[in-house]
Design a protein around this ligand. Structure first.
Ligand SMILES: Nc1ncnc2c1ncn2[C@@H]1O[C@H](COP(=O)(O)OP(=O)(O)OP(=O)(O)O)[C@@H](O)[C@H]1O
Ligand SMILES: [Mg+2]
Length: 381
């Protein structure tokens, strides 16, 4: 239809023009970074944590802090974590190989890390540690940023994305205890831990028995509000010479329940089909596109459900949000006993398929819910 690049971005961190709102949250994070308050940021998937922390982190850098981003998603064990941390800290605080070697000698004296260099040593150097070394020297690695910050008279912010992934490490409890006891001593280093499995993150940071209890300020990211989305969608359309009414923009945001990723995806699909002005026909087609583009994921998610979980979800999709224990609901949706129901609920919450808010149960993923209604309940939308 045209060759202009879409003004809507989804599936990666958004910056600049593609990033909207979140002013209060950005400021709150920035304040925490400046005031050395550790932050834990939690939300369901794809609401915008990574983009937000990146934005606040970049602003903190402009204000003179040294900011380091680590993604724990692909780390499999503590030694990979320690290696990534040490490498990241060295890279963020110095641009010279000689200085890294010097710092390693002085600050990691109990360890003999392996250095490996790629073609461009400044960007592709990595440290690694032998497993048995870590046992003797983990504390030195954890204290490395604090030592360097002290010596260079700088302040460091360490942002760790997908932090909940570290809970899957073997002996994660011990590992977390070690992190907590080192990090709470740090004066010059601030930590920002964030991640998407809400359930796992909450288990790490809200249980009194867990090492990270009261580690910092817990922030639950809210959704971006309807009015901000409307303004954003209209502006993005007009920036590319197309039109959309407030009403249509609001329809997009409400269809996907203001879910950040999906607002951008559905907006893109409407934008793509629009020549001059978005209308209802375009919107309806775009909604079908949205469902079909995500269908593989939803099918997979649905295949993994047990029979009773499927029945339970049918009840939720049909609009029943409470009183699952009533005889009528239990028999209509073939859910067995009420003991069964609490098990089903728990399992579906752990899978992050449903969430409980204000004592009402709903799908976590608004578009999965739409798809489910259409394909499983055969409802017209
Ligand atoms: N502030 C924002 N303004 C506009 N769109 C946003 C914003 N934040 C997030 N999005 C949209 O949501 C998508 C997901 O954002 P991001 O990756 O930051 O979320 P996340 O919560 O870290 O996701 P995940 O749970 O997958 O880690 C982005 O690709 C973008 O489409
Ligand atoms: Mg993320």
């Amino acid at each position: 239809m045209n060759n202009i690049e879409s003004p809507f971005v989804f599936g990666r961190k958004v910056t600049g023009e593609s990033f909207t709102d979140r002013e209060t949250e950005t400021q709150r994070l920035l304040n925490n970074f400046n005031n050395r308050i550790n932050t834990i940021l939690i939300s369901p998937r794809r609401w915008g944590k990574s983009s937000l922390v990146k934005k606040a982190g970049n602003m903190a850098e402009n204000e003179g802090l040294t900011v380091l981003f680590i993604d724990a998603f692909s780390l499999r064990d503590p030694s990979e974590f320690y290696a990534t941390l040490a490498t990241g800290v060295l890279k963020a605080t110095s641009g010279k190989i000689e200085l890294w070697i010097d710092m390693v000698k002085r600050f990691l004296s109990r360890l003999t890390p392996k250095f490996s260099f790629g073609a461009d040593p400044l960007n592709s150097f990595e440290l690694s540690f032998e497993l048995d070394e870590i046992e003797k020297g983990y504390r030195e690695i954890l204290d490395l940023p604090e030592k360097i910050a002290d010596e260079k008279n700088i302040r460091i912010v360490i942002c760790i994305d997908e932090f909940q992934n570290t809970a899957l490490f073997q002996d994660s409890l011990l590992f977390h205890k070690r992190l907590r006891s080192a990090w709470q001593e740090h004066q010059q280093v601030t930590y920002c831990l964030y991640g998407s499995r809400q359930h796992m993150m909450a288990a790490l940071f809200e249980k009194q028995s867990m090492p990270f209890y009261r580690f910092g300020e817990n922030i639950f990211l809210e959704k971006i509000q309807m009015n901000d989305w409307i303004a954003f969608i209209r502006e993005r359309f007009s920036a590319t010479g197309k039109n959309i009414t407030d009403e249509m923009a609001s329809k997009i945001a409400s269809t996907v329940d203001c879910h950040s990723y999906y607002v951008q995806q559905l907006s893109h699909l409407v934008w793509q089909r629009t020549y001059h002005t978005a209308d209802d026909t375009i919107y309806n087609h775009a909604c079908l596109d949205l469902l079909s583009q995500n269908e593989i994921l939803y099918l997979r998610e649905t295949e993994l459900l047990s029979e009773t979980q499927l029945h339970f979800l049918k009840a939720v999709a049909a609009g029943i949000t409470e009183n699952y224990n009533s005889k009528k609901v239990m028999s209509e949706y073939k859910m067995g006993t009420s003991a069964n129901i609490s098990k089903i609920k728990k399992a579906l919450q752990e899978k992050e398929i449903i969430e409980l808010s204000n004592n009402k149960i709903d799908f976590v993923d608004p578009v999965y819910k739409l798809w489910f209604k259409r394909k499983i309940l055969k409802m017209d939308l």
